[in-house]
Design a binder for this molecule. Structure first.
Ligand SMILES: Nc1nc2c(ncn2[C@@H]2O[C@H](COP(=O)(O)OP(=O)(O)OP(=O)(O)O)[C@@H](O)[C@H]2O)c(=O)[nH]1
Ligand SMILES: [Mg+2]
Length: 213
């Protein structure tokens, strides 16, 4: 199992050109993407059991840079090696934010998702009440266009599950699972709730299996 609690902030990237110069090890990267306000930063904090590792906010558009957090290997006496990165990305699809930043988002986040070789998994964080919006579908199409899409893992996280009723849960899960089956890359789906820590074990296991095989 990956040691999520070991997560430490390493670097923020503001320009695509900075990516190759950033002080990053050549290890798998797990990117958290999705609509602004879907809860990407909050999910990273729950996943790593750290309250303010990633900056979350009620106001959409909080995250504006690619933020890299390193996960360390189990300690062996020597300095712990980096085994993977969690990458918190700026969100999309919020009108007010989008107007000013669309070109920038496409270049920075779009460029990263389209061409980053070390990208091993994409966690698409969605509000369970509004899963797979048009913007989410555009993002999936973007990733599906990668030449290596077949080996890239996509995990659909239906977040804010605390906001939906019992009957709705099964329906929403089934709907997303059905969509997942028709995508060209391996896709898994789960419900999650940050305040209730619901789905935390499932998320940790899924991400660990992707990185550790
Ligand atoms: N009820 C509920 N609220 C949540 C959950 N996860 C996140 N939130 C709230 O949703 C809001 C947005 O959370 P963020 O983590 O900042 O969202 P983000 O996706 O990182 O947003 P950007 O950085 O703007 O793209 C905050 O007010 C969180 O407290 C959840 O599982 N349930
Ligand atoms: Mg954020």
């Amino acid at each position: 199992m990956l040691r999520f609690e070991s997560a430490r902030f390493v670097v923020s990237v503001a320009e695509p050109e900075q990516l190759n110069r950033a002080p990053l090890a050549m290890v798998p990267e797990i990117a958290f993407v999705g609509r602004s306000n879907a809860g990407k930063s909050t999910v990273i904090n729950v996943l790593t059991a750290q309250r303010q590792l990633a900056h979350a906010s009620k106001t959409p558009g909080r995250t504006q840079l690619l933020n890299f957090f390193e996960l360390a290997a189990r300690e062996t006496g020597q300095a712990p090696a980096v085994v993977a990165y969690l990458v918190d990305l700026p969100g999309y699809g919020f009108a007010r934010v989008q107007e000013q930043t669309r070109g920038r988002w496409d270049r920075l986040v779009g460029g990263y998702l389209a061409s980053r070789r070390l990208l091993a998994a994409v966690v698409l964080v969605m509000d369970a009440r509004r899963p797979l919006t048009e913007a989410d579908e555009r993002l999936l199409a973007w990733i599906a266009a990668r030449p290596d899409a077949g080996r890239l893992r996509v995990h659909l996280l239906l977040n804010k599950a605390d906001q939906i009723g019992r009957a709705e849960r099964a329906r929403l899960l089934a709907q997303s699972e059905q969509r997942a089956e028709s995508l060209p890359m391996p896709v898994s789906v789960q419900l999650f709730s940050a305040p209730k820590r619901e789905g935390l074990d499932e998320l940790r296991l899924t991400l660990s299996q992707i990185v550790e095989g």
